[in-house]
Design a protein around this ligand. Sequence first.
Ligand code: 8YV
Length: 325
Amino acid sequence: MVTRILQAGPMMGMLEDDLNGEFSVLRIPEHDSSKYPADNGSVHDESVEFLRQNAGGIEIAVTTGEAGLSGEQILAMPHLRAIANFGAGYDATDVATARARGIVIGNTPDVLTDCVADLAVGLLISVLRGIGAADRFVRRGKWVDGPFPLAAKVTGKRVGIVGLGRIGRAIANRLGAFEMTISYHNRHRVLDVPFHYADSVQQLAAECDVLIVAATGGPESAGLVSADVLAALGPAGYLINVARGSVIDETALVQALTDGTIAGAGLDVFTDEPRVPLALLNMENVVLVPHIGSGTMESRRAMADLVLANIRQFLADGTLVTPVY
Ligand code: 8YV
């Protein structure tokens, strides 16, 4: 008999095709996954009712770093045993509820590390050298009126990395080629690296020219890059974020970019994706990309393969290839 699995949230075509080819996929209808305020002011989620009625026997769910599964959705599937997450980050899923019910979660680490680190370096160079603004300058025909304003040098800068996990380390390795001095802040000191450890994010920001955020998202890191951290980074400092929008106080960031508290930013992630604060759209010192860190054919194919491998292994022996706990 073909195994029935749940698909929570929109998914890349290639993964959907693979899932449909191998399993019987129950998909939460788009309109049912919308949340709207109920009369009593709470948020009513139609998908929960859909799951209660249709997903009673489901044991495996597939979701993404963006969609995730809420606590209510998880509780609506009494037989759920495993969640396969397309993405390294799984902060959109209610991990505490899943754990409490003995549900395992598998994510897709490692296979996307190179691409996310590559993008972080790309954003750094793009912001400091003004590549996005210079491209617009040429396209708009402004070159004939005079030269493009001078930018900031990349080689030799002092970089502070927030979160020295797999991606943070891969970024640090790449930046060595640019003769940069690397410091970091992490939940725990990392013993096998030669980089200077800063005791707090604020101290790290005060000591560097470019602050790169590569920390895991979720409640523990929410708002870690605060107004005070941005003030410590200072008017010649740049911020790069390839982690999660939630790690930065976005309101404070917009203010800091508006009033010159920091020099510029390169952002792949935002608090309320796909919505981006309007104020950022007209800033020439900001590079904005639509959460494309892992967005290459190679990484996304490997992530899809890892999701499939997690499901197959779970069906075979009840374990995951890449469990998160
Ligand atoms: C993806 C990501 O965009 O892996 C992550 O944590 O943010 C990205 O790779 C996303 O999760 C895929 O839907």
